[in-house]
Structure formats: structure tokens, C-alpha cells
Design a protein around this ligand. Structure first.
Ligand code: COA
Length: 352
């Protein structure tokens, strides 16, 4: 059987208009701009408007990605939405997104927190590599601000809302995902939880009184986990793809905390110039962080044809997910609509 690669042939992002700065937060909780900057590198984050939902943000990012890929929603074979802050438990927000886009394909969600987008990319890659599907829309989206306790300075200063989307199509040339590393330490799950509202602890007045309807995080434990797992998982995808650290052109880590990233990168002597960071603008947008960063890296000309790009994520679960990608399009085609028309989307040529 012909070997099929899974290339990213469309991309888009959406962030809400409303900006919440550290100075705004100083008026809400006992914190300071200096503390937040020094401990996390975050200066501001976006907060969804009252009329927005996870689905509306996902659709805004998805429409851009479809435009770039030159595809209509009805061309899609599959939609995957990675999120841990859906509109509702039931129906899955993936079906809401499918209906809002006017797509007719199957759709499902992945809810592994901050690693959801990369878990989704690896999942999409399997469908493409087996020839089962040819046009997959993957969205990482979070409207996490509605699940934060705005009186809890341990969490509310760190997160933000947003969405990023990619379209994944087959390629005969080596493109897209060529190695991955997925993992889960479920016994550490209690360090990052939203305890209330599920079957173990159904929503009740008691849940609300205890604040269990909000995200809880043991920052120190998550910090330790993340700074250990980031270099380890990066090494794992390098080994599998027979690449050295020096051959990586761009590292896009999950945008959780500049200190975690800095420590991890230093620990392996990785060139900090090759690390893409935008968390100062958005905070931790969980499953949306890597796709938003990827889109901005493309728009800023940081991604060139044949570049080897490492995506490394970590988060709730506690989980990790990393992917080594080879980029398949030249940077001069990367701005504006219909850019993918100028690049070979090889779905049509593939014989399965
Ligand atoms: N503003 C001011 N002070 C704050 C604060 C805030 N927003 N949040 C906590 N503090 C205080 C603490 O109460 C503590 O005070 P104390 O010493 O009087 O008890 C002090 O700052 C130090 O707290 P500590 O938890 O040791 O800080 P830290 O250096 O570990 O930084 C985090 C806290 C949350 C920034 C850090 O642990 C972290 O980034 N963890 C990982 C979070 C993450 O990335 N999660 C998502 C992964 S997907």
C-alpha cells in the first residue's frame, strides 16, 4: 500500500476581542503584574464575550482553516474538536460545530486538557495514514474563563480563551506527522481537576459551596511534572524520527508558563531562538495553545518549507503528547486566504 503522510494544509485561529491585563487582575485579586510576569511570563489574556461559546470560537477558527485549505465544510470527512470546556456535556461540542459549519461528516471530541490538540493530531494522522479519511478538520478550543474561580489567584491569572484549527490532508511526499509520543500518568490526575459536575460528584449546591465547579490546580506539582516531561517527550520524538536536537527548526511547546519552557529548554541546551512563545499575549489557552501558536508562527514567517517542527504538550491527566512534523509549504504562500491553493494538496492524487 502507498505510504500516506498527513500534511497540514489549512490553519486558522480565533481569539476573543476582550483583553484582560495583569493590571486588570490586580483590581480583582491580591496579585501584581510583576508577580504574574515573573512567575509565568503572562502579561494579558483574552476572555470570551457573553455571546460567545466554545462552539462559536471553534467555528471562527475552523472557517479560516477551511479557507486556507480551499475546502468547503461539506468536503470534510471528519471533525475532531479537542476541548475540556465544551458548551455542554451532551451533545458533544464537535456535533454542534459540525452543524454550525454546515458539514455532513462524523465528529467527535477529545478531552485530554492541554494535550488535546496534539492527541487529536496523532488521531487524525492515523485516519489519513490508513487511507480511511482524506480531509480532516482538527480544532483545539477552550472557553476556560467560565470554569475559573475569579477569586482564586492560584489559577485565574494563568488561563485564557481561544481557538486554533488545522485541516489535515494526505500527502505522498514526506510531510506532517512523522513521529509522536503520547502518555498519561493517571495517578497524578488530582493535581489538575474540575471535581464537580461529573458522575462521581454530580452538580449540587454542596459542589458549588465548595467551589468544586471551578478548576483546581496544584501549581507546584504540575510545574515539576511539566518541566520533567517536556525535555523527555521531545527526546522521544527525536529518537523515533532519527533527528538530533540541532536539526529541529522550531519548537512550539504548550504555552503554559515561560519559566517551565525556559527551564526545560536550558536543561537540554536547546537554542532558545528556536522556541516559539506567544503566552505573554494569551496565557494558557489549554488545547488551543499549540494551534494558536502554530498559526502565529506561520504568520510571522517562522515556518519555512521542509522545516522540522516539534510540538510538545503537557497538562491535565496528567498527560503529555508530542509530535514531530515536517512542514510542507513555503512561507511566501502563508498569508491570507486561499494560500493552500498554491501548494500541493495531494488528496486527489492518492490511490488507496
Ligand atoms: N499573585 C501573587 N501571589 C501569588 C499568586 C498570585 N497570582 N498565586 C500564588 N501566590 C503566592 C502563593 O500564595 C505563595 O505565597 P506564600 O509563600 O505566602 O504561601 C507564593 O505566591 C509562592 O507560591 P508558589 O505556589 O510557590 O509559587 P510558584 O513559584 O510555584 O508559582 C505558579 C506558582 C502557579 C505560577 C507555578 O507553580 C506554575 O506555573 N505551575 C504550573 C502551572 C501550569 O503551567 N499549569 C498548567 C499546565 S497545563
Amino acid at each position: 500500500m502507498t505510504q500516506l503522510y498527513s500534511q497540514i494544509s489549512g490553519w486558522g485561529k480565533y481569539v476573543p476581542e476582550k483583553i484582560l491585563t495583569n493590571y486588570d487582575l490586580e483590581k480583582m485579586v491580591d496579585t501584581s503584574h510583576e508577580w504574574i510576569m515573573q512567575r509565568s511570563g503572562i502579561a494579558e489574556r483574552r476572555i470570551a464575550g457573553e455571546d460567545e461559546t466554545t462552539a462559536t470560537m471553534a467555528v471562527a477558527a475552523a472557517r479560516q482553516a477551511l479557507d486556507v485549505a480551499n475546502l468547503a465544510p461539506t468536503d470534510l470527512d471528519l471533525i475532531i474538536v479537542s476541548t475540556s470546556s465544551p458548551d455542554y456535556f451532551v451533545p458533544a461540542v464537535s456535533s454542534t460545530v459540525q452543524a454550525m459549519l454546515g458539514a455532513t461528516c462524523p465528529a467527535f471530541i477529545i478531552a485530554t486538557g492541554c494535550t488535546g490538540f496534539v492527541y487529536g493530531l496523532v488521531t487524525a494522522h492515523q485516519f489519513i495514514a490508513t487511507g480511511a479519511f482524506k480531509r480532516i478538520l482538527l480544532i483545539g478550543v477552550e472557553l476556560i474563563s467560565r470554569f475559573l474561580n475569579w477569586e482564586d489567584r492560584d489559577t485565574c491569572v494563568l488561563f485564557g480563551d481561544g481557538a486554533g484549527a488545522v485541516v489535515i490532508t494526505p500527502s505522498l511526499a514526506p510531510r506532517g506527522v512523522f513521529s509522536f509520543d503520547l502518555g498519561s500518568n493517571g495517578d497524578q490526575g488530582h493535581h489538575l481537576t474540575l471535581k464537580g459536575g461529573g458522575s462521581a460528584n454530580p452538580m449540587s449546591y454542596d459542589v458549588i459551596d465548595k467551589g468544586e465547579n471551578y478548576l483546581y490546580m496544584n501549581g507546584r506539582e504540575v510545574f515539576k511534572f511539566a518541566s520533567r516531561v517536556l525535555p523527555r517527550s521531545l527526546r522521544a520524538i527525536l529518537e523515533q524520527s532519527d533527528l538530533s536536537l540541532q536539526e529541529v527548526d522550531l519548537l512550539i511547546p504548550h504555552q503554559a508558563n515561560a519559566r517551565i519552557i525556559d527551564m526545560a529548554v536550558r536543561s537540554i541546551n536547546f537554542d532558545p531562538q528556536k522556541v516559539f512563545l506567544n503566552l505573554h499575549k494569551y496565557g494558557n489557552t489549554s488545547a488551543a495553545s499549540i494551534p494558536i501558536a502554530l498559526v502565529e508562527a506561520i504568520q510571522e514567517g517562522r515556518v519555512k518549507a521542509d522545516d522540522k517542527i516539534a510540538l510538545v504538550s503537557f497538562g491535565a491527566g496528567l498527560t503529555w503528547a508530542s509530535v514531530m512534523l515536517q512542514w510542507g509549504v513555503s512561507s511566501q504562500n502563508l498569508n491570507g486566504h486561499g494560500a493552500a491553493a498554491a501548494m500541493p494538496v495531494q488528496a486527489e492524487k492518492v490511490v488507496i
